[in-house]
Design a protein around this ligand. Structure first.
Ligand code: NAD
Length: 355
């Protein structure tokens, strides 16, 4: 198969981790006889420097016309003082909206080899950590009106029933393919938008009698993720709550550097990115963990290109790499072999075989 992939390296560690994911994709192409064509897209701080715009329309167009987009990360201290509408992260929000990818899927799964890297007690980790956060991605407070007048700033949180319904359905459908438990997370004791969220989820529930729906307030969910993560199968929530909870969930699995994500809308053209940011503190040092990006590439093969065997091959190569005792600094434990970003990518390539 021939697939055209738009590649956004971005800022900070973005170029380093994306390069490793491309090495792995090239090995998959070679092993399975596919052709992956890559088109470079500038977005984020690097695009501000080049064009004075975090995502020029021509760059967005390249993404929309591709079969899928692979993204590293954007942002950094250099652009902290640019006006809000020009910040690197604005490019990302415009990309998500421009591609119409309303459903962000973030797995929180502990690799057995990394049990010691979790900050949670062994007794909690042993109960298992394997859940998915389905996050609404192009609505809510990140996309509402933002304004500052004098000493007052306003950010608007708005959701319509149809926006909640389409992500709610993804939540139910995701649970249907797993253990059939869906936890809807909101703040209905305070927010109108959350009361609407809860009502829509319960209305939808009648169409999915095989799925056990529960409600949880977001503050309680933050606590339950560290107290008893084994209780979760699929969590569905709005944009900002999902952003925060998925970072928390990633940490209990060992490192934010390990977690991939997929974002999809009405078509198979998806956006695939690790859940972390551009990590300016470690950029350019060849110490970043590229596995979140490599696993995002695997998700691209699975969900957008219908290549499940190829996706399995990448995930198995990551597992073999961990079994062999290699660790980047973020997940380093006693007795393991410390490797850098490039070496991690090379080793995963060397463990990748046709399944
Ligand atoms: P961050 O995720 O970049 O970093 C948080 C911590 O995790 C840092 O200590 C970092 O070194 C570490 N870390 C992150 N990824 C890692 C990896 N692959 N390997 C090893 N360690 C890793 O979050 P931040 O520091 O709050 O944000 C930095 C910049 O990234 C900001 O400009 C922010 O706006 C931006 N950001 C971008 C995205 C994105 O592009 N999707 C997401 C979040 C934050």
């Amino acid at each position: 198969m021939v697939k055209n992939i738009a590649v956004i390296r971005g800022d900070g560690i973005g170029p380093e981790i994306v390069n490793e994911a491309i090495k792995v994709l090239d090995k998959v192409a070679q092993a399975y006889g596919h052709t992956f064509n890559y088109t470079d897209v500038d977005m984020g701080g690097c695009a501000i420097d080049k064009y004075g715009d975090p995502l020029p329309v021509s760059e967005l167009q390249k993404c929309v016309e591709s079969d899928s987009v692979l993204l590293g990360a954007v942002g950094g201290n250099k652009w902290n003082d640019v006006p809000g509408h020009m910040r690197p992260e604005k490019g990302l929000l415009r990309l998500r909206a421009g591609m119409g990818v309303y459903s962000n899927n973030r797995p929180a799964k502990i690799w057995p080899q990394l049990a010691d890297a979790s900050p949670l007690k062994k007794s909690i980790v042993e109960q298992g950590i394997d859940f998915i956060i389905v996050r609404e991605l192009i609505g809510g407070i990140y996309f509402g009106e933002h304004k500052t007048e004098g000493d007052t700033a306003v950010d608007v949180l708005r959701y319509s029933e149809s926006e909640i319904e389409r992500i709610g359905r993804i939540g139910f459908e995701t649970a249907r393919k797993r253990n059939k438990k869906l936890c809807s997370v909101e703040k209905s004791n305070v927010l109108d938008s959350s009361r609407l969220w809860k009502n829509v989820m319960h209305r939808l529930s009648a169409e999915y009698p095989d799925i056990e729906l529960s409600d949880m307030l977001v503050d309680n969910c933050a606590m339950q993720i560290v107290k008893n993560p084994a209780q979760f199968d699929v969590v569905v929530t709005e944009n900002m709550f999902g952003d925060i909870l998925s970072d928390e969930a990633s940490m209990i699995t060992g490192s934010i550097g390990m977690i991939p994500s997929s974002s999809l809308g009405a078509t198979t053209c998806g956006l695939y990115e690790p859940i972390h940011g551009s990590a300016p503190d470690i950029a350019g040092k060849d110490v970043a963990n590229p596995i979140g990006t490599i696993l995002s590439a695997a998700m691209m093969l699975r969900f957008s290109f219908d290549m499940p065997n190829e996706a399995d091959a990448i995930e198995n190569a990551v597992s073999k790499y961990l079994d062999a005792g290699y660790r980047t600094a973020d997940i380093m434990c006693e007795g393991m072999t410390l490797v850098g970003c490039k070496q991690c990518g090379d080793l995963i390539v060397s463990f990748l075989t046709k399944e």
